[in-house]
Design a protein around this ligand. Structure first.
Ligand SMILES: [Zn+2]
Length: 255
């Protein structure tokens, strides 16, 4: 049984979610973690865990794109959402210097506040990183931190992945590992201790080969997992079991 550790179910039309979850279950995908990204999808993220308590858990937080919107009201909303039973993490948080939708200073402030919140409330974190590795690793490495969580859809090199694990985090492998030009990601994946790996779709983005160009969906975490198992030369059922156990160990879903 696979688990999709990162899927934006809030980015589909609500009428499509039943079908996406059914296809996922048919493909042997037992559970899904849905990360919130901004003020407007926070409530719906929590709502999904109530509608599908047997297969969906959530992370609540503000994506770096929307870091500038983190005001007192949104902080209170995130803190309240953490009390909801299906919410298992703070996320997705982090840094994204590709689009710079929020200025760097706002991103750093929002990231640090949410890391502190997760530590205080004893929740794991779901971390996003794009073209921001050196700031990201220096914030994660600040001396007072005590980290649990995942660096999702990780694309940095082997040394960076080793640092992520050393800091207490898991490494999330997305469908990018199947992309033709992703030799760097495949090399990084080969270096990982399988006890510290999660698999994910990051749907609706990043559809894996052979579905590139289509809208991604949770069912295809199976393709990603099978590809990764073949690449690593391990049995795909063993990898499903291992990544499933890793997810349960990290997020303790109530399934
Ligand atoms: Zn995401």
């Amino acid at each position: 049984m696979w688990i999709d550790s990162h899927a934006h179910l809030t980015m589909y039309d609500p009428s499509e979610v039943n079908e996406i979850l059914r296809s996922a279950a048919d493909a042997g995908v037992e559970g899904i973690l849905v990360p919130a990204t901004c003020r407007s999808d926070l409530a719906r993220t929590v709502e999904l865990t109530k509608s599908y308590p047997d297969s969906v858990v959530a992370a609540v937080g503000v994506h770096p794109h929307d870091a500038s919107s983190l005001d007192g009201e949104l902080k209170r909303d995130i803190e309240n959402a953490l009390r909801s039973p299906g919410v298992v993490a703070v996320g997705e948080i982090g840094l994204d210097y590709h689009y710079m939708n929020s200025p760097r200073e706002d991103q750093l402030r929002s990231f640090r506040w949410q890391l502190d919140l997760a530590k205080e409330a004893d929740f794991p974190v779901v971390v996003h990183n794009r073209e921001s590795w050196s700031d990201l690793v220096s914030v994660l490495g600040e001396p007072h931190r005590r980290l649990r969580g995942v660096c999702h859809s990780f694309t940095e090199d082997e040394a960076a992945a080793a640092r992520v694990v050393e800091l207490g985090l898991f490494v999330g492998i997305s469908g990018m590992v199947t992309f033709k030009k992703a030799d760097g990601i495949r090399a990084m994946a080969s270096s990982l201790d399988l006890h510290r790996v999660l698999v994910e779709t990051d749907s609706p983005f990043l559809a894996p080969v052979p579905y590139r160009g289509q809208r991604n969906q949770s069912a295809w975490v199976r393709e990603i997992g099978v590809f990764l198992a073949n690449h690593l030369g391990v049995d795909s059922e063993a990898l499903a079991r291992q990544t499933h156990d890793n997810f349960v160990r990290l997020f303790s879903p109530d399934w």
